[in-house]
Design a protein around this ligand. Structure first.
Ligand code: SAH
Length: 472
């Protein structure tokens, strides 16, 4: 993070604007909105600023050239002149005086920058690209503007009005959080959006009473969520919604960082995956923790790579929750077989090559790869093996021994759907060598069968290359 975002209070503070043209006008208007004491320094002042000064007692114009004495007792300074030397001087002086400085459109002469703003007062959303891609920041702002109804401002004002009363009525932070979530996601918000303000206030008061006289604290809940193979765009809406509600998230190694970042910011995070050179937290302990947290009234997100019920031991966790009488939901995720298949251009079924798909694990409970090879060595079938990298040699040997041709195509995909996706293509005969040569590591998934032949036609790298050649 190149810039640390803060919201600063400007009410009553002296803010200096050097320059008094069109660009300065925009900045002055923003500062006035924030109720700053604005002082404009410029030998010539445009008519808009002059008329602003007539209507705002907190805007003062000094028709002089800039010099550093103006920086005394100033909170921040914005330079918006068209004179590079003056702008440079303002920045240098401000640095010396340890005053926040911004030279408009000159990131290298800024100790603070102003973001693009979505204003739903009292909610303010600030977006910044750190001066590196302002157009992108503005595009994002446009998206947010259209996504967030203007009535969110009204909802914020309603919360502001009742904040103190709710604080007096509900004593614990968890109670208040749950109450406000019910308000913002339930009928009260709908009433605000429909401009039924009185109804909204009545509903809020009613719910507050219900919360006040609730004898038991709300029971916790567990959400077993499939986080997909890594690309955050592959999450479901439901997964994202529940992740935003979490009090605590219990996650393991396969959950990518960019997905973890989407969990509610102040949720507690508990890692239960493998530590380097150590073992995973035993499954029994994880089950116990999930139950304990839920019994404490928490909303527990159990975040798992891919789909929770495919080789993810989600089934065992659900069984433990049922046994303990904990309420839970399971949210499917895109399993890594599907992610790898689509992201590297190997359809798992195709009428010419495979009429069925088999998912198998290359790592059994007892640590062996002792699979039912006869059942797996089928033609016209795609065989996908999870956790098979360590046992790859045994897998290929057994499949050949049980009747698959040694020329049968194989793909091994590491980090499917992630930025660092890597693919090795070969045959049952060559793949061990190919994997070594490409330095493929875990997590990797193995796809075996004639569908792998489609890689050359459909993989994205080839498509990109063809596109480049075509457009050259
Ligand atoms: N529940 C998960 C699977 C967990 S088992 C799912 O549905 O995908 C762990 C195995 O999944 C890994 O050993 C690897 O074979 C596979 N895997 C998970 N994420 C992967 C990824 N991004 N790329 C390739 N393989 C992955």
């Amino acid at each position: 993070m190149d810039y640390f975002p803060i919201f600063t209070k400007l009410e009553g503070r002296h803010c200096l604007v050097i320059g008094a043209g069109e660009v300065a006008t925009r900045k002055i208007e923003l500062l006035l909105q924030a109720m700053a004491q604005v002082i404009v320094i410029a030998p010539e002042v445009c008519s808009t600023i002059q008329s602003l000064a007539l209507h705002h007692s907190n805007l003062k114009i000094i028709q002089k050239s800039y010099d550093s004495s103006f920086l005394t007792n100033v909170y921040l300074v914005i330079a918006a002149t068209n004179n590079r030397e003056v702008n440079q001087q303002v920045y240098q002086d401000a640095e010396q005086h340890k005053i926040f400085a911004n030279v408009v459109d000159t990131p290298e002469l800024c100790s603070f920058i102003t973001p693009a703003i979505v204003d739903r007062a009292p909610i303010t959303i600030a977006i910044s690209s750190g001066g590196k891609a302002p157009v992108l920041a503005r595009l994002i702002r446009g998206k947010l503007e259209s996504m967030i109804p203007a009535a969110y401002g009204k909802l914020g004002k309603l919360a502001e009005k009742f904040r103190e009363r709710v604080k007096q009525t509900l004593k614990t932070g968890t109670e208040r959080k749950n109450f406000w979530e019910d308000i913002f996601e339930g009928a009260t918000a709908e009433a605000v959006f429909a401009n039924k303000d009185t109804e909204a206030e009545q509903q809020l008061t009613q719910l507050l009473n219900q919360y006040k006289f609730k004898t038991q604290s709300t029971p916790g809940e567990v959400y077993l969520i499939g986080a997909g193979p890594g690309d955050p765009d592959l999450l479901t809406f439901k997964a994202l919604r529940l992740m935003q509600k979490a009090d605590i998230v219990v996650y393991d190694r396969l959950v990518s960082k960019s997905i973890l970042n989407l969990v509610r910011r102040d949720a507690q995070k508990l890692y239960v995956g493998k530590q380097r050179a150590k073992h995973c937290v035993p499954q029994g302990d994880i089950n116990k923790k999930l139950i304990e947290f839920a019994q404490q009234g928490k909303r527990v997100v159990r975040l798992k790579g891919g789909d929770p019920y495919i080789f993810g031991r989600g089934g065992e966790e659900a069984q433990a929750l049922v046994k303990a009488g904990i309420s839970f939901q399971v949210i499917p995720g895109i399993t890594s077989a599907a992610g790898a298949s689509t992201f590297c251009g190997i359809p798992l079924t195709h009428r010419d090559y495979a009429q069925s798909v088999t998912f198998a694990t290359g790592h059994l409970k007892n640590g062996t790869v002792d699979l039912n090879w006869q059942a797996l060595a089928q033609t016209n079938n795609t065989l996908v093996i999870y956790m098979g990298l360590t046992g790859l040699k045994t897998i290929t040997k057994e499949l050949i021994a049980h009747g698959l041709k040694s020329k049968t195509s194989v793909a091994v995909i590491q980090n499917a759907t992630r930025f660092a996706q890597k693919v090795a293509i070969g045959s049952l005969e060559t793949i061990v060598k190919d994997v070594k040569q490409k330095q493929i590591e875990s997590p990797a998934i193995i796809i075996i069968g004639d569908v792998v032949k489609m890689y050359n036609e459909l993989n994205k790298e080839t498509l990109d290359l063809e596109w480049k050649v075509a457009s050259a």
